[in-house]
Design a protein around this ligand. Structure first.
Ligand code: ADP
Length: 491
């Protein structure tokens, strides 16, 4: 559905591009981020930069123009040279908000206007935008809003149908905290029918939910849970998860799961979504390019998109294996190793490309030989890198350095990851990787997590006959080290 609409819109934008220069459109503003769906220009076709997010930060002139256009619900012309994602763009840049408007409900006076994104035009040949350009941009932005709503309504029907089959109370809440979809079980929990169209604040005891929603939006891992007391004094486990568009899914259960299992499920779902988003985005872009007509020079970009999608699918397989292994450990079973000979440095390069998005905002200092051949379970050892690196990024500020060292020490191969992050109090060092679910108080303030990654990492290291060490100073940073014998005993 989305790609069909996207294609139609790409073609529209392309018409401007034919005559004027470049155009970009971004649909969907969530979590203070734009989610650009396409950046097109006459010279480059659809560029690599069409995938990813643009952070709206007030320092960047483009971000300021976007924020102004969205808050004023009117066009803004930017006269400075600016950066949009990774492109440097010459002025003047016309930023036109895409605003969705809904007729007022009976209880409301004003129509509801909701900015859903921006359409941006730049590189106009003769410099200035005239009345005709404004009109064209406005027409396109209205069409985009209409297409988005059409798509969203279809999507809501699908979601409603899916929700109605589940015996758990489910609600989908917009970035503006309005209930978009709710199933019968949710209406029963809340005691209101219909729920759709209401603001969460307007619900009895709704402040418990707004608290949960605010928590999940601000928290690091996109998932939060709390108990919810209904009007008739029943207690439910309420969990919240943020979608890519900044909507929140609320689920209400009367304790069918233990909290740990629920948290693990939430975490896994969240982890899997990241690679899946890349895969889907790349495929959609290739799809749009095919529609657009592939040029010989696009070949390279397409190959790159496919390669990235393949890398991320490999990552999904590993994450699924990791989850299954964690539940096996939980059930008291031993980890089984599939030992092979492999290059520890090549494995590092693989995980660095898989984690490119996670690590983008940090400086990386990689110190490794050209090759280091070891015997071990390649997939599980990649999980060691994965967990060390993700934690280093999660528990340190952006812009700081993460150092990765791979080296030999006698009979051992060593993987060491050092961050300049929050650090770990000395009394907590003992517990990390040993007690499932253990998290330091410092880290609880910082970001979401469930305290299983290090338990797995330690188990994997020990199953190889190795050991894990942590050194840390609060406020300065930590070093996590896995020391693994280079050869494994014959079975
Ligand atoms: P999670 O990060 O999902 O909570 P882990 O098992 O990976 O689970 O880590 C357990 C705990 O160890 C974390 O919650 C955090 O308290 C602490 N920790 C792990 N890595 C770091 C790090 N690089 N810096 C500071 N604390 C860390």
């Amino acid at each position: 559905m989305r790609s069909a609409i996207l294609n139609r819109f790409v073609q529209k934008v392309a018409q401007i591009v034919q005559t004027e220069g470049a155009a970009c459109f971004s649909l969907g503003v969530a979590d203070n981020r734009l989610h650009p769906q396409a950046v097109v220009s006459r010279r480059d076709g659809i560029t690599r930069d069409s995938i990813g997010h643009v952070d709206i930060d007030r320092e960047n002139p483009f971000s300021r123009a976007v924020a102004d256009a969205l808050s004023r619900k009117g066009p803004v012309v930017l006269t400075e040279t600016t950066r949009i994602d990774r492109l440097t763009v010459q002025p003047p840049v016309l930023v036109m908000p895409i605003v969705w408007e809904r007729e007022p409900l009976e209880s409301e006076e004003e129509p509801i206007q909701r900015p859903v994104g921006v359409l941006t035009l730049w590189a106009k040949r003769d410099g200035q935008y005239n009345e005709d350009d404004y009109k064209l941009a406005e027409t396109l932005s209205n069409q985009a809003a209409a297409l988005l709503v059409e798509e969203q309504l279809d999507e809501f029907d699908d979601i409603q149908a899916a929700f109605s089959t589940v015996p758990v109370g489910l609600m989908l809440v917009s970035p503006q905290d309005e209930v978009l979809v709710a199933n019968a079980a949710a209406m029963h929990v809340i005691g209101l029918d219909p729920l759709q169209g209401r603001s969460v604040m307007g619900i009895d005891y709704g402040e418990q939910l707004t608290g949960l929603i605010a928590g999940v939006r601000e928290g690091g891992n996109g998932y939060a849970a709390a108990s919810f007391t209904s009007r008739d004094n029943q207690t439910y486990a309420a969990s919240a998860q943020v979608t890519q568009e900044g909507q929140v899914i609320l689920a209400f259960t009367q304790n069918p799961f233990s909290t740990a299992a629920e948290e693990l499920t939430g975490q896994v779902a969240h982890e899997l979504r990241t690679p899946l988003t890349v895969i889907q985005g790349n495929l959609q872009t290739i799809d749009a390019m095919i529609e657009f007509g592939i040029q010989p020079e696009d070949q390279e970009i397409i190959t790159e998109f496919i390669d990235t999608a393949l890398i991320q699918s490999a990552r999904m397989f590993r994450l699924i294996a990791e989850t299954l292994n964690i539940s096996r450990i939980h059930a008291g079973k031993e980890l089984e190793l599939e030992v092979e000979e492999f290059d520890l440095v090549e494995a590092l390069n693989q995980i660095l490309s898989e984690l490119a998005d996670y690590l983008m905002s940090h400086h990386l200092d990689v110190q490794a030989p050209d090759r280091l051949i070891v015997e071990g379970d390649r997939g599980k050892i990649i999980s060691i890198y994965d967990n060390f690196l993700k934690n280093a990024a999660k528990y340190s500020d952006t812009g700081t350095t993460i150092t990765i060292r791979v080296y030999e020490d006698g009979d051992d191969a060593v993987i060491a990851v050092t961050d300049q992050g929050i650090g770990i109090p000395s009394e907590a060092l003992e517990k990390i990787g040993k007690e499932a679910g253990f998290r330091t108080d410092l880290s609880k303030k910082q970001a979401g997590g469930i305290g299983l990654g290090m338990v797995y990492t330690r188990r994997v290291t020990e199953a190889h006959g190795g050991r894990m060490e942590i050194e840390s100073t609060v406020g300065e940073g930590s070093t996590f080290r896995a020391m693994i014998p280079k050869t494994q005993p014959e079975k």
